[in-house]
Design a protein around this ligand. Structure first.
Ligand code: NAD
Ligand code: IPM
Ligand code: MN
Length: 348
């Protein structure tokens, strides 16, 4: 039996995780998977009650006993500085060294894109977001806080090791999945130290993959081109912050945050799977959230765990539900979160 940790978190994270867990239980039964699911109540409630965000020993427990972690979302208006979310989510990403944040952008039904005259063949790429460095490392400091002379410094960390391994992962993915092009997004025209490292490393890694076209773009241009010419993208590789922004943009191109899946991966190690969206306080507790992002995230996790047939069954059931409009209101249906999840289970 392999152990899977389930951390629903906050807000709609709890609702979509409930639906995704139903799908996982269904996949387990149908494909006779040797998986057990253990729930952890970490999130804003526990943090406010006990002052505990990521409990001591959690990282070691996951490393030693678990095959994967599934999370919903973290964020609560009662924790304005987002402390618990940073401790749990960023804590696990960093401490488990989950350097690949893999976020597919795939159009599951033509009607879901806000772009005119675009179809599935135009919108089908994956984003490799660096997940352990960049502006996310909390390096920097503040001087004279709260005074008119305040100085705030937030440093972006780019290491050769960190940059190289995410670029290599993107090219290896392209090679394994028959993709012909990898596109880098950086700002090397301005950030002449950190992003020059990205661009030099990109060229060097690309030379090891001669059959794959390497294309480098500036992030501002890409933000436009992703809307005007999305068909050019197959695999995108970028840093932590640009990846955060581009993946919400990508989600918007294919039907919204309610559909977007992601994996925080270190190949061969315990990895963490979470929908791209947050805790959405504006719709939390109303049975309105779209569970498909979480369900497709569960499919990614099944794939990672070596169960491609189960992952495929989940993805097919989701596509069938979208085609039949058995979905939530954000993508034009009338179902609630749990009913939309049950529709997927029924089709499986
Ligand atoms: P959000 O992703 O929670 O919501 C953005 C918008 O998308 C909202 O209008 C919301 O209603 C909608 N939306 C999101 N998921 C949806 C779904 N499944 N179905 C239908 N609509 C959906 O982002 P936000 O409002 O900027 O942030 C809310 C909180 O979530 C903040 O505390 C933020 O820090 C946190 N957050 C957490 C994660 C995470 O845990 N992985 C990711 C992003 C944001
Ligand atoms: C995401 C989220 C997180 C991020 C936040 C909650 C820290 O937006 O997973 O995309 O910026 O990585
Ligand atoms: Mn984000």
């Amino acid at each position: 039996m392999r152990k899977i940790a389930i951390i629903p978190g906050d807000g709609i994270g709890i609702e979509v995780t409930r639906a995704a867990l139903r799908v996982l239980e269904c996949a387990k039964a149908k494909f006779d998977l040797s998986l057990t699911f253990t729930e952890f109540d970490w999130g804003a409630e526990k943090y406010l009650r006990e002052g505990v965000s990521l409990p001591a020993g959690a990282v070691e427990m996951f490393e030693q006993e678990y095959a994967a972690i599934f999370t919903g979302a973290f964020g609560d208006p009662r924790v304005p500085d987002n402390r618990h979310a940073a401790d749990i989510l960023l804590g696990l990403r960093f401490k488990l060294d989950l350097y690949i944040n893999l976020r597919p952008v795939v159009l599951l039904a033509d009607r879901l894109t806000p772009l005119k005259n675009r179809t599935r063949t135009d919108l089908d790429f994956v984003i490799f977001r660096e997940n352990t460095e960049g502006l996310y490392v909390n390096a920097g400091g503040v001087l004279k806080r709260g005074t008119p002379q305040e100085v705030a410094i937030q440093e972006e960390i780019n290491t050769r090791h960190g940059v190289e391994r995410i670029i290599v992962a993107a090219f290896e993915y392209a090679r394994q999945h028959g993709r012909q092009r990898v596109t880098l997004a950086d700002k090397s025209n301005l950030l002449t130290y950190g992003h020059d490292l990205w661009r030099r490393t990109f060229r060097e890694v690309a030379s090891r993959f001669p059959e794959i076209e390497a294309n480098a773009q500036y992030i501002d241009a890409m933000a436009m081109l992703m809307i005007t010419n999305p068909e050019q993208y197959q695999v995108i590789v970028t840093n932590n912050l640009f990846g955060d922004i581009l993946t919400d943009l990508g989600a918007g191109l294919v039907g919204g945050l309610g559909l977007a899946a992601s994996g925080n991966i270190h190949p061969g190690k315990v990895s963490l799977f979470e929908p791209v969206h947050g805790s959405a306080p504006n719709i939390a507790g109303k049975d309105m959230a779209n569970p498909i992002g979480a369900i497709l995230t569960a499919a990614m996790m099944l794939e990672y765990l070596g169960h491609p047939e189960a992952a495929q069954a989940v993805e097919s059931a989701v596509s069938a539900c979208i085609a039949a409009n058995q979905v939530t209101s954000d993508i034009g249906g009338t179902l609630g979160t749990q009913a939309a999840g049950e529709a997927v289970v029924a089709r499986m």
